[in-house]
Design a protein around this ligand. Structure first.
Ligand code: SF4
Length: 105
């Protein structure tokens, strides 16, 4: 493996630079992902959605709740998988014509 490739893999800012190249047509009338019951997040010790979402769509609040914003979602489905203890994520793709438009990969 070349040192340039290795450096790009280890670069923590690389994902942010790639995501910044994408375009989003945000559907303001319909969130394609929702937290079903915000109070359920208080029972979840791991809150893996926060750690696993590559687009940082989930953010922890000081009181233990989780705030979600769908606008920057890359539609990878990770949060749907990792919220397997409480199944508290209602997940669907955006309507046709909305969502991410990839510019890199
Ligand atoms: Fe984040 Fe992927 Fe879930 Fe979108 S589908 S909110 S990018 S983990």
């Amino acid at each position: 493996m070349s040192s340039d490739l290795r450096a790009s893999i280890l670069d923590p800012a690389a994902i942010e630079r790639k995501l910044a190249l994408n375009n989003y047509n945000v559907d303001r009338s319909r969130a394609h992902i929702e937290i079903i019951d915000p109070e359920t997040c208080l029972k979840c010790v791991r809150q893996q959605c926060i750690n696993c979402c590559p687009a940082n769509c989930y953010a922890p609040m000081p009181d233990g709740h989780v705030v979600f914003s769908y606008e920057g979602c890359v539609e990878c489905g990770t949060c749907r998988i990792v919220c397997n203890e409480f199944e508290n994520v209602l997940w669907s793709y955006p309507r046709g014509g909305f969502g991410i438009q990839y510019r890199y990969g």
